[in-house]
Design a protein around this ligand. Structure first.
Ligand SMILES: CC(C)(COP(=O)(O)OP(=O)(O)OC[C@H]1O[C@@H](n2cnc3c(N)ncnc32)[C@H](O)[C@@H]1OP(=O)(O)O)[C@@H](O)C(=O)NCCC(=O)NCCS
Length: 217
């Protein structure tokens, strides 16, 4: 177990499912793919993207953006991963607000390009990230906060089996306003020694007629 200063880190999602997912740091070479992905998905992501309470929207050059991500990661404050599916950049998954001491806690934030949704990609990616957070970083608790309107993201936390902790009033500045969020968490005790990936694959679906199989998430 480390205290989280090793960076860069690459996490392969090894759950026996297709397609192949790799969580890896963003690099300068991703500039074109990243800019295209963000601009094609601007409308899709706007309701869920964080904004600045003072209304400013500074334009940050991509190289500077990557430098800041890496500096934060090396300082142990975050783990910012790009999500690659079958070799293509499709989104981002970040473990942020990492705090050690008596708290040993962090938060998860994520987004996918619209074209990459609905195939279990984010559920599988977060399961891998949570295993890394508990096993490699030695964290004790990880939380995910979701707007009540975000049906897709609520389905992801349900699929992961996270525990609901209640409502946080005006918690985050999203899409131009302070927005309420629902908090979900998992502790090291709740996870136990079973990998999140295995828990997700074994968990029954709580909607429709289907039950989960080893062939799908
Ligand atoms: C939320 C988001 C990451 C989900 O990613 P995804 O890869 O499509 O999610 P998954 O395929 O892993 O889906 C997990 C569960 O959610 C369900 N789901 C996915 N999209 C859904 C939708 N639009 N409505 C309802 N349920 C949905 C899936 O059916 C699955 O449930 P099941 O396994 O019980 O069938 C994606 O929609 C996204 O990037 N949205 C915009 C940004 C965002 O909301 N970020 C999160 C902010 S908290």
């Amino acid at each position: 177990m480390t205290t989280g200063t090793r960076w860069p880190v690459v996490l392969r999602v090894e759950d026996g499912l297709e397609p192949q997912i790799v969580l890896r740091p963003l690099t300068r070479r991703d500039r074109r793919a990243w800019v295209e992905l963000r601009s094609h998905n601007a409308f899709w992501l706007r309701p869920w993207d964080a904004t600045r309470p003072d209304g400013s929207a500074p334009r940050v050059r991509f190289q500077e953006f990557v430098r800041t991500l890496n500096a934060d990661a090396r300082a142990g404050r975050s783990r910012p991963f790009a999500i690659e599916v079958d070799g293509r950049l499709v989104g981002s998954l970040t473990l942020s607000s990492i705090i050690y001491g008596a708290l040993r806690s962090a938060s998860v934030g994520y987004w996918l390009a619209h074209a990459a949704t609905g195939r279990g990609t984010m559920t599988r990616s977060i399961a891998r990230l949570l295993d890394y957070a508990f096993e490699d970083l030695g964290l004790h608790r990880v939380e995910i906060c979701v707007r009540p309107e975000n049906t897709a993201s609520l389905a992801v936390v349900a699929r992961l089996g996270l525990r609901a902790e209640g409502r946080r009033e005006r918690f985050l500045h999203i899409d131009g306003q302070w927005r309420d969020h629902l908090a979900f968490a998992v502790t090291a005790e709740e996870r136990g020694s079973t990998r999140m990936a295995d828990r997700v694959l074994r968990a029954p679906r709580d909607h429709g007629e289907q039950t989960s199989t080893s062939a799908e998430v």
